[in-house]
Design a protein around this ligand. Structure first.
Ligand code: 5RP
Length: 367
């Protein structure tokens, strides 16, 4: 494998061999899908926990800032819609040149095995693979079923996935199904799981993801089961534990339960030189504060040192955080532990001052 291809694959599939892709491409045939009406709002809080974003060029340009460093899997097939005649009649919508311009780490295309447009979609895949291999860009094939959801069984999905791999896909995205080992076992390239069954509880999502991981999937490309949940960040953290930390469904559920209690800091106000956020009384564990584009200049890539001040009293606390992606994140738990004056449930005005490497900059947490 050439260096460029190997490097892009390494961006997508983490060193543990696993991957969590976040798909937000649904609008390309569904329009403003529930909870994805304003893509930026959906994407921003979840991005720190995703290994890659599966997205169209339009939403990428409009709703993700270019200083994002998460790898992009660019959705390059489409041309059909929910209200059109046949979802399977897709073409290639985005050129390889455009994918390179957008610095995509991979491109994704749907195939529709068994449909009236089987041949066209498979030849589209082959053409895309030819181009991708020329430029070192991996192709992810999506085994789509259109409206025929009943097709999603091991027999059909193993057939589709194998064909995708035979035609040169470097990664295959398919649905979870019973007997998933038949799908992964018959596919000589990494398989990730999409969608999954319509389920009522988070535990059912954790259970099917766990099952697929046990049976050979290397990860997920999970969208609605994450961002249509009332607690999407808690959900993606639970999924992440399954994919990257060998968590059991029960452990993922525990993570979900504790995260949903209110660890998210809600941005209240963002101005040129400050960000106010509301710290919920039950805040615990890790927090993240989104850095708005207007403020990004203050937070260069790399390690930043932060001083913490509570109720006007300076507390010598330092925090290394990654600001490259536009978030400041750290462990509030540690601050709570070492500073009883910051006990949860009491009213505090907490101010974070970035003292290194740039000029002073305030982040206020107001409860
Ligand atoms: C839409 C897609 C999606 O990326 C895929 O279906 C995963 O999303 P979800 O988990 O919401 O089903 O390919 O065409």
């Amino acid at each position: 494998m050439d260096w460029g291809m190997a490097n892009r694959m390494a961006q997508l599939i983490q060193s543990d061999g696993h991957a969590l892709f976040l798909p937000v491409d649904h609008g390309y045939f569904q329009g403003p899908t529930t909870k994805l009406e304003e893509p930026r709002k959906t994407i921003e809080p979840l991005l720190p926990y995703a290994d890659a974003l599966f997205i169209t060029r339009g939403v990428l340009r409009s709703s993700v800032d270019p200083d994002n460093t998460r790898p992009i899997v660019l959705r390059v097939s489409g041309g059909t819609s929910m209200v059109g005649k046949d979802l399977a009649n897709e073409g290639i919508t985005t050129s390889m040149e455009e994918a390179i311009r957008l610095n995509a780490s991979a491109v994704g295309i749907s195939i529709f095995v068994g449909s009236d447009y089987e041949k066209e979609s498979l030849l589209n895949l082959s053409k895309l693979v030819d181009e991708g291999e020329r430029y070192g860009i991996p192709v992810m094939a999506v085994t789509a079923v259109g409206r025929e959801l009943e097709k999603r069984d091991a027999r059909y999905l193993s057939l589709s996935s194998r064909i995708a791999a035979e035609l040169g896909a470097r990664v295959v995205k398919t649905y979870w199904c019973q007997d998933f080992e038949k799908v992964s076992g018959g596919c000589p390239v990494p398989v990730i799981m999409a969608g999954g069954p319509q389920v009522d509880t988070e535990l059912e999502v954790f259970e099917f993801v766990y099952d697929g991981m046990q049976k050979g999937a290397i990860g997920v490309n999970l969208g609605r089961n994450i961002w249509q949940n009332d607690f999407p960040v808690a959900m993606i953290k639970g999924i992440r534990a399954l994919v990257h930390q060998s968590a059991t469904p029960k452990e993922a559920q525990e993570i979900f339960n504790s995260e949903k209690k209110g660890i998210e800091l809600i941005p209240r106000k963002s101005t040129e030189d400050s960000i106010d956020v509301v710290l919920p009384p039950s805040a615990s564990m890790e927090y993240y504060i989104p850095i708005r584009p207007a403020n990004r200049g203050f937070f260069p890539t790399g390690i930043t040192v932060i001083e913490l001040e509570a109720d006007g009293v300076q507390i010598e606390t330092r925090c290394h955080n990654q600001s490259a992606d536009g978030w400041i994140g750290s462990s509030l738990n540690q601050w709570f532990k070492s500073h009883p004056e910051l006990s949860r449930g009491r009213n505090h005005i907490v101010r974070f001052t970035v003292i290194k490497p740039m000029k002073k900059y305030h982040l206020e947490i107001v409860k």
